[in-house]
Design a protein around this ligand. Sequence first.
Ligand code: URA
Ligand code: SF4
Length: 209
Amino acid sequence: VYDAGPYLPRDGGLDAYRRAAARCRGCPLHESATRTVFGEGSESARIVLVGEQPGDQEDKRGEPFVGPAGRLLDRALEEAGVDRDEAYVTNAVKHFKFTVASGGKRRIHKAPDLREMSACRPWLEAELRLLRPDVVVALGATAGKALMGSSFRVTKDRGALLRMPGEDDGPYLVATLHPSAILRADKEDREAAYAGLVADLGVAAKALA
Ligand code: URA
Ligand code: SF4
């Protein structure tokens, strides 16, 4: 079975985990991607934002949310009053999954499947264990399921202040739309979808205050 577990270090801080994740072969996604994209941000972050998986630009640069979706997320965070410098940003799956358009070289994002998501989950769990944030934001359905279980529905529970399953004093969780879904939305729907993202991030910001 696919599993990142054997590649996790026994101890150490985020940097030790980041170095180990660079060599992860817990599932086949490392074969076609350029590199592991581990989380980035403040070690004292009180808020952790979780996306789906790195995109094309993230795969090339080795950092999460630095492409078009990341620029939209930065803008929404600022409008919601969340300082990105005080946040930690990561993904449910650490390698870029894609198909190459026939004849072209454009790499088209493909959603990770359940096996890849569960294989990669130990990295996300380690990040949360080391960071101990007050609030976790699930950006989209994949992150929602990775954090809350496979029956979680972002469309139903977005924008609500929830608790992560597990300990009673664990972090709050707020689920919202994925920034890429907003970029893909029809022009007439985009503004409302973006406002929804900002409002949901505002719920997370308020829980921090
Ligand atoms: N989309 C994601 O889910 N994560 C990224 O890092 C970039 C785009
Ligand atoms: Fe390891 Fe996750 Fe990459 Fe799969 S996607 S190889 S589990 S880091």
